[in-house]
Ligand binder design. Structure first.
Ligand code: PEP
Length: 251
């Protein structure tokens, strides 16, 4: 089963409009017309339109960092899936650890967002990952199993095949402490086994599982060379053309 490598840049709450557009244009120029991977940029929501214009007609795709699970209505400050597709989004990151820890998002919230995103024809990138304390307490598999089961609750096999999972150990996010390729592969293989239990092997083999946590041009090749690592969700290193395109070039 061949899964196309997916490299996504999570810009988080960084930059101003002008630099966001310049970065998008720089990535477009660097990856060219036939990138070695599928490439997605996830800017802050207020810049989605402008970045969408910068990548329109190129192989670079657009993703949001969050979505609200409701149709139009009285939800001050929120943005729903139709609004995201309206400005050109194809992807949406769900349940990032920063949203789980800082905004209190639960697996049940992620599951609601997942169903809304799929109904709105967005590809969800569902983030899971353990804290340092949980890893040191030998709870990694338990935590991942709970997050996968809770976040993907109620998902059917047909839709499951099109989702993306991002394994992001919290201790590796923004810390410069990357998981070793063996450590990451071990958890990715475990995730695929869990997906196989939920949706069957054929579907599980189609689901892309990205690694995220201090991915840089210098460590990307080894990580992406692991059998169950199908891409990267990149934070810090997605903020410069040089680093982000260096990661894509490592595919
Ligand atoms: C992230 O926040 O999704 C991430 C992986 O960040 P960084 O690459 O900076 O560790």
């Amino acid at each position: 089963m061949s899964r196309r490598t997916l490299i996504a840049g999570n810009w988080k709450m960084n930059m101003r409009c002008e630099s966001a557009v310049a970065l998008a244009k720089g990535v477009v120029a660097a990856v060219g017309s036939q990138p070695s991977a599928e490439v997605v940029l996830c800017p802050p929501s207020v810049y989605l339109s402008k970045v969408g214009e910068a990548v329109a007609g190129t192989p670079v795709e657009l993703g949001a960092q969050n979505v609200y699970a409701a149709d139009d209505g009285a939800f001050t400050g929120e943005v729903n899936p139709s609004m995201l597709t309206d400005v050109g989004c194809q992807f949406v990151i769900l349940g990032h650890s920063e949203r789980r820890t800082l905004m209190g998002e639960t697996d049940a919230d992620v599951s609601k967002k997942l169903h809304a995103a799929l109904a709105g024809r967005l590809v969800p990138i569902v983030c899971v990952g353990e804290s340092l304390e949980q890893r040191e307490g030998d709870e990694t598999e338990q935590v991942i199993e709970r997050q996968i089961n809770g976040s993907l609750a109620g998902l059917d096999d047909v839709r499951a095949a099109g989702i993306v999972i991002a394994y992001e150990p919290i201790w590796a996010i923004g810390t410069g402490k990357v998981a070793s390729p063996e450590q990451a592969e071990e958890v990715h293989a475990f995730i695929r086994q869990e997906l196989s239990k939920m949706f069957g092997k054929e579907v599980a083999d189609q689901i892309r599982i990205q690694y995220g946590g201090s991915v840089k041009p210098g460590n990307a090749k080894e990580l992406l060379g692991q059998p169950n690592i199908d891409g990267a969700l990149v934070g810090g290193a997605s903020l410069t053309v040089e680093d982000f395109s260096g990661i894509i070039a490592a595919v």
